[in-house]
Design a protein around this ligand. Sequence first.
Ligand SMILES: Nc1ncnc2c1ncn2[C@@H]1O[C@H](COP(=O)(O)OP(=O)(O)O)[C@@H](O)[C@H]1O
Ligand SMILES: [Mg+2]
Length: 344
Amino acid sequence: MGPYGDPRTPRPVVRPEPPSSAPHLLAVGGGKGGVGKTLVTANLAAALAQAGRRVVAIDTDLEGANLHTVLGVPAPRVSLADFVAKRESDLRRLIVDTPIPGLRLIAGTNGHLGTPQPRSFRRVALLSELRKLPADHVLVDLGAGTHPSVMDYFLVGDDGILVMTPEPTSVENAYSFLRAAFYRRLRLAMTNESARKLVHQAMDQGNQRGIRTPLDLLREVRAIAPEEGDRFATAVQSFRPRIVVNAARTAEDVRLGFAVRSVCKKYFGIDADYVGYVNHDEAVTQAIRQRRPVVVTHPSSDAAVYLVRIARKLLDAARRARGGRPAPRSQAASTSSWARRPIA
Ligand SMILES: Nc1ncnc2c1ncn2[C@@H]1O[C@H](COP(=O)(O)OP(=O)(O)O)[C@@H](O)[C@H]1O
Ligand SMILES: [Mg+2]
């Protein structure tokens, strides 16, 4: 008989956490530097904390760590650099408080300049530690570029947000980021070494084997390892990057998110989700000077209103995912529609 089967054992007033109490993991990337990844991370984290959620934000941009600054923690005692350098193996001991109730931080650095990205073994340890953090949501701020470590943080999350600004350079980097994430995800899903090599070859657009579309790739994968076919399709269908257009100034800027979503569908067969845009807003600059998220300092500014709206959408999506309800049919791309498109 369990402890609560005995009438003498008092029942807890608050129901114990369900076994799946691991935090919801949300990674914020974007390929390019300066597009607003840290802004989005800090403000979504603050908005979720303001909604009563327990949040830990973590800065994995070890070379350009500045999440602590925008959250008002000027000199963190400890940081992720301690984990990378193996001075600390328990991520929980690297958490510091921020001035925002409910929001805590693992800073990227506490004075060590240019800490290199963790090597792959350390990265695997880090990724599993993230799931043990005492929080409802863990928000991961990513560095620029498409380094495998950045990709791994992006792909390990329950949700991955891609931040871009309406500038050709940002859009270009966002596409290379998505492309790198798409193929890395496929490669990681393959258990057969030859199938993995094939995915690697397909990443080269001018590859000698003539693989031009995801369908070509799937056909070749099936030919050498038939059992990998289903894993391939599942990996594609379950990849659902969320797009945020930041620093929007015009209606056309706002439409960029829809255009990116169409390109994702057309070329990769993936269903990206345009979760919203954030205006270019002077309040953002002022908030950064005050070292606080704009949702805290200027809650009625355009930027804050849109950031809170995005946070709410993500929260709803996370709740639906946790509730275990099946995704609507439209989210499941059929092989025929996605796989014939050329690889971008
Ligand atoms: N919506 C916005 N409105 C005004 N300025 C912004 C906005 N988003 C970003 N910025 C400016 O861009 C800078 C870089 O943003 P940041 O979040 O640090 O980029 P990243 O983390 O992608 O390198 C900020 O310090 C801020 O000055
Ligand atoms: Mg940043």
